[in-house]
Design a protein around this ligand. Sequence first.
Ligand SMILES: O=C(CO)[C@@H](O)[C@H](O)COP(=O)(O)O
Length: 214
Amino acid sequence: MIKIAPSILSADFSCLGDEIRKIEKAGADWVHIDVMDGNFVPNLTFGAPVVKKIRNVTRMFFDCHLMVDHPETYIEDFAAAGADQIVVHAEATKHLHRCIQAIHAKGIKAGVALNPASSLTLIEEILPDVDMVLLMTVNPGFGGQQFISTVLPKISRLRRMLDMAGLRTDIQVDGGINAETARQVVGAGATVLVAGSYVYGAKDVNAAIKSLRG
Ligand SMILES: O=C(CO)[C@@H](O)[C@H](O)COP(=O)(O)O
């Protein structure tokens, strides 16, 4: 079962509540929340106070992708704000295992993310402890970038690693996802698709989400 997680990075921030209701009505599964600190990535977005406010408009699953240095500093705040899952970058913390433990201690799901050029060896040892792996298919920081197709074999390799370990862990992909790239990443083994500009830029959001499911 493929899950669709539109990224609100491409939504109209002046009416975020309506933008979330729109994807909920269109059948999206999760809300993908891109948190950027201007250090780990060259862009700034929003923090836990915004997550707390939008928690009031929906019961949808909040998937918080922390593109921040020292993500351990923010776990408490995002969990309290209503995150259902917190995803941290393996490249952003010296203590990945401690960070994943701290997220689980809040009673929510924990994911680990990798930039396109980062090797799977960085996360090999943490696989049994995470609920999801996010493989970035663009360099993080901005919406509307082109899909990096060289990540496709990495998705297949990760799926094989998980299968061999008997793990049913979700593989999420994020960046440049549209109907065509969705078909490719699902073929390689992805199970959760993040899409920002493809969904929020569409005239017909329902049709866009349906096309991602193939
Ligand atoms: O995390 C990020 C960018 O850093 C993504 O979630 C983008 O927001 C996806 O946008 P599109 O490539 O789908 O427009």
